[in-house]
Ligand binder design. Structure first.
Ligand SMILES: [Zn+2]
Ligand SMILES: [Zn+2]
Length: 106
């Protein structure tokens, strides 16, 4: 699968805390299928309205789902509202930019 955020990166399988996820070797972002993120950190997923802006860098860039190419919707995480996640409304997958996963789990 190709990374939804950086052009050159590809996603590679990686096991985090017993759950298989896909991580980009370029930007270190992580893709979670459907309920993988909720299994990992008990996150209830997206909340609130889609965001228009962004905070910085790659995070501003609208991504496309690596599975079905649906444009990802940027929303605050319910668990940590300072973290913005990219959510696919088609397959319910979630993208976290590099470092965001650490912020959610720390
Ligand atoms: Zn990437
Ligand atoms: Zn999708």
């Amino acid at each position: 699968m190709n990374c939804p955020k950086c052009e050159s990166g590809t996603l590679e399988k990686r096991v985090v805390r017993g759950i298989e996820v896909d991580q980009c070797g370029g930007c270190q972002g992580v893709w979670f299928d459907d309920d993988e993120l909720s299994k990992l950190i008990n996150d209830q997923g997206a909340s609130g309205r889609a965001l228009k802006g962004g905070d910085s860098g790659l995070n501003r860039k609208p991504g496309k789902c690596p599975l079905d190419e649906t444009p990802l919707i940027r929303v605050h995480s319910k668990r940590n509202r300072s973290v913005v996640i990219d959510h696919c409304s088609t397959c319910k997958g979630v993208w976290l930019d590099g470092g965001e996963f650490q912020r959610l789990t720390s």
